[in-house]
Design a protein around this ligand. Structure first.
Ligand SMILES: Cc1cc2nc3c(=O)[nH]c(=O)nc-3n(C[C@H](O)[C@H](O)[C@H](O)COP(=O)(O)OP(=O)(O)OC[C@H]3O[C@@H](n4cnc5c(N)ncnc54)[C@H](O)[C@@H]3O)c2cc1C
Length: 229
């Protein structure tokens, strides 16, 4: 069986927000990678030196924050309070470490021809959204809201004040409900905590009359469940 992983080396680790580390992985195998903003990779967060670890190693999924065709990609990993193998990997990873990943893939990508783009999620969703926002044409109509613990968790997103940020105990569905949106539907991208994503989709479909086809949902995590893909 062929080893399905791409290997690279960690070349930068930066605290990009209070609880978020940006990890740069570089290497010849990452050159010319076909990357669509919003997609993700699966990263082996177990011990890369353990024999045959790629067969049974622990995997976690991370959106690509940025990619350079010259051969590096950046991930941003949240250090959350119930840190499992993924958050622990990001806490411990050092420049020079080997990283193994699969992908990229995913359906959380921009839709052409949208009248406007609505982004809603949490600080983990902001990673994918950052890449998607950077890829939008100048002048694209953007709406949306992100929920985080506090201003220190904000990722630097392009495009000024949209999406806006709100802070817990504010909740994502209420924050979306209070957005002043155009009268016609656009395309919505919902990511982050699963139940919040589902509640926002219900709101858009049941209360604002959107078609389910106009709502792209990708749950990233949910309390009590480990390593969602
Ligand atoms: C498509 C996709 C893209 C993703 N992109 C990113 C990304 O760019 N950055 C990122 O940080 N994560 C991202 N995630 C989530 C990531 O894959 C892991 O689930 C996350 O890092 C937690 O892994 P863990 O091993 O630390 O905890 P796990 O062992 O998976 O979970 C342990 C417990 O921690 C709690 N938990 C998990 N996540 C959070 C959280 N965010 N806040 C509070 N509590 C939590 C839950 O109760 C969970 O049961 C993405 C997930 C998917 C499916």
């Amino acid at each position: 069986m062929l080893n399905p992983f791409l290997h690279g080396t960690v070349t930068e680790v930066e605290r990009i927000a209070e609880r978020m580390r940006r990890i740069r992985i570089a290497g010849p195998r990452l050159r010319g990678l076909e990357w669509v903003p919003g997609t993700h990779v699966r990263v082996r967060v177990g011990d890369p030196l353990r024999p045959r670890a790629w067969l049974d190693g622990v995997l976690r999924t991370y959106s690509i924050w940025d990619h350079s065709p010259e051969g590096h990609l950046d991930l941003c990993v949240l250090d959350h309070p119930s840190a499992g193998p993924g958050a622990l990997w990001a806490r411990r990873v050092r420049i020079g470490d080997t990283a193994a990943l699969m992908g990229p893939k995913g359906r959380l990508v921009l839709r052409d021809g949208a009248r406007y783009h609505l982004f809603a999620g949490d600080e983990t969703a902001a990673v994918a959204f950052g890449a998607m926002l950077r890829a939008l044409p100048a002048g694209a109509d953007v709406h949306g809201v992100l929920v985080a613990d506090g201003p220190g968790d904000r990722l630097p997103l392009p495009g000024g004040d949209r999406p806006t940020w709100v802070y817990r105990p504010a909740e994502l569905p209420d924050a979306v409900r209070s957005l002043d949106l155009p009268d016609v539907p656009g395309v919505a991208y919902l990511a982050g905590e699963a139940r919040a994503c589902q509640a926002v989709r219900r709101h858009l479909v049941d209360e604002r009359g959107w078609s389910r086809r106009d709502v792209v949902v990708k749950p990233f995590w949910t309390p009590g469940r480990r390593g969602m893909d």
